[in-house]
Design a protein around this ligand. Sequence first.
Ligand code: ATR
Length: 261
Amino acid sequence: MHNAAFAALGIEARYEALDVPSAALPDALARLAEPDCYGANVTVPHKVAVMALLEVLTPEAQAVGAVNTLIQHQGRLVGHNTDASGFLRALREDAGFEPAGALACVLGAGGAARAVVYALLGAGARVALHNRTEAKAAALAREFAPLGPLELLSAAELERRLSSCDLLVNATSVGMGERDPDVSPLPPGALPARGLVCDIVYRPARTRLLREAEAAGLATQNGLPMLVYQGAEAFARWTGAAAPVPVMMAAARRALEPGRA
Ligand code: ATR
């Protein structure tokens, strides 16, 4: 989507994937800080670890506790977080969902879940959080408690809360990729009673969770709009140009949802 955006605006630049083992992260960052580079995105598993290697973080990246975008500025890399705003924009513009006053059940406690919970609390939602490893969810809940109403759920409590939530967000990596496409982060038979089910996974385009939610008549959204909007904000910050969102959306759809493009 970034290469399509560069081409659409006539910008001579190239976006490429770098596979960086944890031990090589400092060297990769040194290369990305060179003046011929706009910056980079950071993804699993480096979104939290990269923070310790950066001199400058935006207040939002600091508050979320995860970095997904690096901007090169005068030979230094600044750590941003565009996942939180990308998630909110996808909810509002693509799903027509307004989080203010809603009860949101969120699954996960990693870097992606941090951005989702931060965004939802900032937008005035109440959040109920569940994670496989409860201690990680408890730590996240303690940290984010000052931002708004945030409750911790055990697995049994999650099943009960599904009857009253307006939004369910899967912010775990369960269901992601070709390796294990047929697993759901919810126990068999468990689904919200109403509202929107949102999976931040974008490959496959319809996770098992989304297929089951659709079959039950619930509204669904996959991770593609969030991916595009976090990318659009990063693009605008790298280049100083307005991101051609429809071009980026079409390119991402062609790559990830070929049957639907
Ligand atoms: P990201 O930055 O994409 O959020 P992460 O920090 O590795 O990646 O977090 C992955 C999330 O998916 C975690 O909440 C993880 O749960 P744990 O904290 O218990 O590890 C969750 N997750 C991954 N595999 C899972 C599985 N098989 N069942 C339940 N949760 C899982």
